[in-house]
Design a protein around this ligand. Structure first.
Ligand code: CA
Length: 229
């Protein structure tokens, strides 16, 4: 009896171990399918570039290069990236028609990230031509010290909008915020963040290539130039 029991136990253990090994292999294969090494250091390639159809986009969405920033209005590095890196890229590649630039919301800082994203998406729906002015004004309003303090509130957003895009219907914007009218747009951004395995903000993608260090300007240029060839 005792021997049979032990046999059964060890057989179960073998089966269990096999299942675990198979699971690891399956996970590995799955991971290989979505993220491929490009041979380029500091770059991860995905199957596809992020879809930019409903995203705020500077330049022509038909451009050969699609630059996508996954950013968070509450994130200080995103504010810095927007001031230091984005203007250079826009001048060199978007203004010349070689690239488009799009922005996808990331909600790594909780409720304030969500509220800021809802505000940006609401402005995009209501007054698409005013989007980028408002985008910049929101980042500019992020306090340079103690960014963790609460500054994204409905009241503050309305003040920022009034000062930067006064032609926008502020009553409508207030309703949009209180009713979370752009929640579908925000949710679809959250899905993209998962699909592209975004773990830091900002995360920059050039077509299907994700750049490891968003502040390495030369690397971004290298990837853009190799994609243009
Ligand atoms: Ca969006």
């Amino acid at each position: 009896m005792g021997k049979n029991k032990n046999n059964k136990k060890s057989r179960n253990l073998v089966i269990f171990t096999l299942i675990i090994i198979l699971l690891f292999i399956a996970l590995f294969v799955l991971n290989q399918m979505t993220e491929k090494s490009t041979g380029q250091e500091g770059v991860t390639a995905f199957e596809n570039a992020p879809a930019i159809k409903d995203q705020p986009t500077l330049g022509s969405s038909d451009a050969k290069i699609s630059i996508v920033e996954f950013g968070d209005f509450k994130c200080p590095s995103c504010k810095a990236w927007g001031q230091q890196m984005m203007p250079r890229l826009v001048t060199e590649y978007v203004d010349s028609g070689k690239a488009s630039f799009s922005y996808v919301n990331v909600l790594f800082h909780g409720e304030e990230s969500e509220l800021a994203s809802l505000a940006a998406e609401s402005v995009l729906l209501q007054a698409p031509d005013d989007y980028w002015t408002f985008h910049k004004a929101l980042f500019a309003a992020q306090p340079s010290s103690n960014h963790d303090s609460q500054w994204v509130t409905v009241e503050n957003i309305l003040k920022i909008a009034e000062a930067s895009i006064p032609e926008v219907d502020l009553d409508q914007l207030e309703k949009d915020l209180n009713r979370k009218n752009a929640s579908t747009q925000v949710s679809s951004d959250v899905e993209m963040v998962k699909a592209f395995n975004v773990r830091q903000t900002p995360t920059i993608m050039i077509n299907n290539k994700q750049i490891e260090n968003p502040f390495e300007y030369n690397k971004i240029i290298e990837v853009i130039e190799s994609e243009l060839k």
